[in-house]
Design a protein around this ligand. Structure first.
Ligand code: PRX
Length: 700
C-alpha cells in the first residue's frame, strides 16, 4: 500500500461554485442518450405520457390503458390496466438472446475463493426452483409478505426474483441490521416466513448470521407475529457454519429442501401494474421505521429507464454497483434495473478494503468492470487507505456513480482523476428509499458534471425548492426544502399499513388543496434541504427531519433514542450527528441517568450495546456522554441543536431562553475537554455543514 497519506485538511471542503467537467467524447459516442431531443420528450408538456418510453422497455402481458390515474391523490396509479411479471422481465425474456451471458458475477470476500458466474440460463433455473419451494413447501401465494435477512450472496437476488415470480412481496432487511430490527420488520409486514443464511464473510471473519434469526423471531413474537418457517441457506452448502441449533419443524436448510424441486418450472404470475413488488423499511422522524411499498409496473419501468439513460447500461457492459442489496440502491441498481436491461451485474460479498486497499481495483481489473457505482463513504475510505492504489491496476471505467450522501468536491475530484483516470463520466444521483430511482442527476452524455452538485431534476422529474410557507425559492438565492412537483412511476405507493402517515409525512406540508384531484396541488416533500444554483443544478445539503445519515444509511434520532431508553439506568436520551471524516456523519448519544445511579463506563457500554442489538452495528454511537441534565426549553423539550453544537464544536447558539442554561456550560466543558484529550476534534466545517448542525432538531 502507498505511504501517501491524505490529511484531514485536504479532505475539508469549501463550497464555492465549482467548475464544470464536460463528459469525455469517448463516452458520448456510445451513450444510450446522446440526442438532446430526449429533453423535449420528457418536458412537462409531455407529462405523464413521456413515461411510456420507460414502460416500453418492459414486456407486458397486457398493455395498460391509463398512464397515470390521479383520482385518489396522493395514491397515484401508474400504467393502470397493465399486467406483467417482474421476474419474467428480468430473467425469462433474456433467454433467447442471452442464455449464456452472465447475469451475476459474484465475488466472495476471501480472495482465494473462485468467482461465481451465474448465467441467465442458470438464474432462470435457480429462480424457478426456489419459487417452486416457496409456493409448494411454504404455501406462499401472490400478495403474501416474506422477510429476507440476507447478506451479499447470490441467493439474495435469487430469492427476490423467486418471490417476484409468484407475486409474493419481498421485504429484505439489510444483513448488517440486528435480529431485533429484523423481527420488528417481520411483525410490521406480517410475514410468517423468514429467509436467512447461516453465515457470511466480512472483513476476514465468517460471521454467524443464523444467531440473528433467533432474536428476530423473539422480537416478532413480542409484536404478536409468529414465524412458521425459517429457510436457512448455507454459505457452504452441506456444512452448517452457525453455532445456533436448528429448530426442528421450523428451520430448514434450503440446499436440502431444494433437492425436491430440481428442474421445477413455475409459470410467472401475471400481476397488475399496481401490485406491490416489495417493501423496504427506512427511518424517519418516529421511532418506528416505515415500510415503503413499491409497485411492480411503475417501479420496474422507472428503474429500467433510469438504468438505461443514467447508468448507461448496455447488455455488453460489466456493471458493478458496490452497494448492498439490503438498501434501495441495491434493489433498484444491482437487481431490478440492470437485469431488466439484460446487464451483467457484479456482486461483491465483503468490505472494499479487505484484505488491503487494492481489492476493489483488482476486482474491477479482473472482471473488466466498466461501470462503477458506489457511495461517498466508500470513496472516502478507499482514498484514505490507498490514494495511489487505482493507478496500479489496469481497469478502465466509462461511467461512475456516487449516491447516498453529499460528496465533497475534493473527494469528487479524487474519484474523477484517480479512480476514473480522467476517462469516466460521473453521475451524482440524489434520491431516496421512497423514490424507487434517481430524482436528481446529470444526464451523462448531455449535461456537464459539477462537483458537489447532483445536477438538475432527471427526465420527467420537476423539482422545486420551497420555503417553509410553500413559496418557491428562486434559483441562485437561498436554501429551502426540495420537493418534486409531479408524481413519477417509481414513487412508493404508501407506507405499509399506515396510509395516513404516508399522506401526512410526504404531502400534507405543501398540499395546496386536499380535495383536489390535480397532481399540481400535491408536491412531494422529500425531507431534504437543498439549494439550486442559477444553472438549475441542485446541491443537496441533508435531511431536515432528524434523520442522521451515517455512511449513506438513514438512522432516525427517535429510533436511536428509544433503543437507548431500554437501558435500565437511563432517564433521558438525545441523539445528535457529528461530522465524521469517513462516514459523513456519526452518531453521539447524550444521556441523563435516573436518580440513584452514578455515571460509569459500564453504562456507556450498555447504551452502545443496546443500540447495536436493537438496530445494528452501523448505528453504534461514536460516543456516549452521560450528562447531569439535558438542556431543555421551558416546556421541557430537549434542545438537540445545542448539544449538536457542542459535539461539533460549532457553538451552542442562543441559550438564554432555556429552562436550564447553566447546564450547557457544564456539558460543553466536560464533552469538549474529553474530546480534545482524545484528539477527536473536528476539521473545519463547511458552510453547509454548519447550517445543518445549526438547524438540527428544528423539525420537532
Ligand atoms: O439526504 C438525502 C441523502 O440520502 C437520503 C436518502 O437516503 P436513503 O433513503 O437511505 O437512500 C439512499 C440511496 C438512494 C436523502 O434524503 N442522499 C441520497 N443521495 C444523495 C443524498 N444526498 C446528497 N447527494 C446525493 N447524491
Amino acid at each position: 500500500m502507498s505511504e501517501t497519506q491524505v490529511s484531514e485538511a485536504e479532505i475539508a471542503v469549501h463550497w464555492r461554485e465549482e467548475e464544470y467537467f464536460p463528459p469525455p467524447a469517448s463516452f458520448i459516442g456510445q451513450a444510450n442518450a446522446s440526442d438532446p431531443a430526449i429533453f423535449d420528450r420528457f418536458a412537462e408538456k409531455n407529462f405523464p405520457e413521456c413515461f411510456k418510453e420507460y414502460a416500453d422497455l418492459l414486456t407486458w402481458d397486457k398493455y395498460w390503458h391509463t398512464t397515470l390515474d390521479t383520482s385518489n391523490p396522493p395514491f397515484w396509479k401508474w400504467f393502470v390496466g397493465g399486467k406483467l411479471n417482474a421476474s419474467y422481465n428480468c430473467v425469462d425474456r433474456h433467454l433467447a438472446k442471452y442464455r449464456n451471458k452472465a447475469a451475476f458475477i459474484w465475488v466472495p470476500e476471501p480472495e482465494s475463493a473462485q468467482t461465481l458466474v451465474i448465467t441467465y440460463q442458470e438464474l432462470y433455473v435457480r429462480v424457478n426452483e426456489f419459487a417452486a419451494l416457496l409456493r409448494d413447501f411454504c404455501g406462499l401465494k401472490a400478495g403474501d409478505r416474506v422477510t429476507l435477512h440476507m447478506p451479499m450472496v447470490p441467493e439474495l437476488p435469487i430469492a427476490m426474483l423467486a418471490c417476484a415470480r409468484l407475486g409474493v412481496i419481498h421485504n429484505q432487511v439489510f444483513g448488517g441490521f440486528s435480529g431485533t430490527a429484523c423481527g420488528d420488520r417481520i411483525a410490521d409486514s406480517g410475514s410468517n416466513v423468514l429467509i436467512t443464511i447461516d453465515a457470511y464473510y466480512r472483513n476476514g471473519d465468517l460471521l454467524d448470521h443464523k444467531a440473528k434469526a433467533e432474536d428476530a423471531i423473539a422480537a416478532a413474537k413480542k409484536n404478536g407475529a409468529k414465524v412458521e418457517k425459517v429457510l436457512v441457506w448455507r454459505r457452504h452448502p452441506g456444512t452448517y457454519s452457525s453455532k445456533t441449533p436448528m429448530v426442528k419443524g421450523r428451520d430448514f436448510f434450503v440446499d436440502e429442501v431444494l433437492a425436491d424441486y430440481r428442474g421445477k418450472i413455475v409459470e410467472p404470475v401475471s400481476m397488475p401494474a399496481e401490485a406491490p413488488l416489495f417493501l423496504m423499511y427506512t427511518s424517519g422522524t418516529t421511532a418506528r421505521p416505515k415500510g415503503c411499498q413499491h409497485s411492480t409496473g411503475g417501479y420496474l419501468s422507472y428503474v429500467a429507464g433510469t438504468s438505461k439513460y443514467y447508468q448507461d447500461i448496455h447488455p455488453e457492459d460489466t456493471y458493478w454497483c458496490f452497494a448492498d442489496i439490503g438498501w434501495i440502491t441495491g434493489h433498484s441498481y444491482i437487481v431490478y434495473g440492470p437485469l431488466a436491461l439484460a446487464a451483467t451485474s457484479v456482486m461483491y460479498e465483503g468490505v472494499p478494503t479487505y484484505p488491503d486497499a487494492g481489492r476493489t481495483w483488482r476486482i474491477a481489473e479482473r472482471l473488466g468492470v466498466n461501470i462503477f457505482h458506489t457511495a461517498p463513504t466508500t470513496i472516502r475510505m478507499l482514498r484514505k487507505l490507498g490514494p495511489d492504489e487505482p493507478k496500479k491496476y489496469n481497469y478502465h471505467f466509462k461511467h461512475m456513480t456516487t449516491v447516498g450522501e453529499p460528496i465533497e468536491p475534493d473527494v469528487w475530484r479524487w474519484y474523477y482523476h484517480s479512480v476514473g483516470k480522467d476517462e469516466a463520466v460521473i453521475v451524482d444521483t440524489w434520491w431516496q428509499t421512497e423514490n424507487g430511482g434517481f430524482l436528481g442527476s446529470t444526464l451523462p452524455a448531455l449535461q456537464a458534471m459539477k462537483p458537489g452538485s447532483c445536477g438538475p431534476g432527471v427526465l420527467g422529474i420537476y423539482p422545486v425548492i420551497n420555503d417553509e410557507k410553500g413559496k418557491p425559492v428562486p434559483a441562485g438565492s437561498r436554501a429551502g426544502n426540495i420537493c418534486i412537483r409531479n408524481p413519477w412511476p417509481g414513487i412508493f405507493q404508501t407506507i405499509y399499513g399506515a396510509p395516513e402517515r404516508f399522506v401526512q409525512i410526504y404531502y400534507e406540508k405543501y398540499c395546496k388543496d386536499k380535495n383536489s384531484k390535480d397532481w399540481h396541488d400535491w408536491p412531494y416533500f422529500a425531507g431534504d434541504g437543498a439549494l439550486q444554483a442559477e444553472d438549475g443544478y441542485f446541491r443537496i445539503i441533508g435531511r431536515v427531519d432528524d434523520v442522521i445519515n451515517v455512511a449513506g444509511h438513514r438512522l432516525g434520532t427517535k429510533e436511536l433514542e428509544s433503543a437507548t431508553m431500554t437501558v435500565e439506568e437511563i432517564a433521558e436520551a438525545a441523539a445528535v450527528p457529528v461530522i465524521d471524516e469517513l462516514r459523513g456523519r456519526a452518531v453521539e448519544i447524550y444521556v441523563a441517568l435516573k436518580p440513584g445511579y452514578k455515571p460509569s463506563k459500564e453504562i456507556e457500554a450498555k447504551v452502545a450495546a443496546a443500540i447495536e442489538n436493537l438496530i445494528g452495528k452501523i448505528a453504534r454511537p461514536k460516543n456516549v456522554w452521560i450528562v447531569p441534565d439535558m438542556p431543555k426549553t421551558r416546556s421541557g423539550k430537549i434542545m438537540r441543536r445545542v448539544i449538536a453544537g457542542i459535539s461539533n464544536f460549532t457553538g451552542t447558539g442562543d441559550i438564554t431562553t432555556l429552562a436550564n442554561p447553566e447546564v450547557v456550560e457544564v456539558i460543553q466543558h466536560h464533552v469538549q475537554a474529553e474530546k480534545v484529550e482524545r484528539g477527536d476534534t473536528p476539521r473545519k466545517l463547511t458552510e453547509q455543514e454548519l447550517e445543518e448542525i445549526k438547524a438540527f432538531g428544528h423539525a420537532e
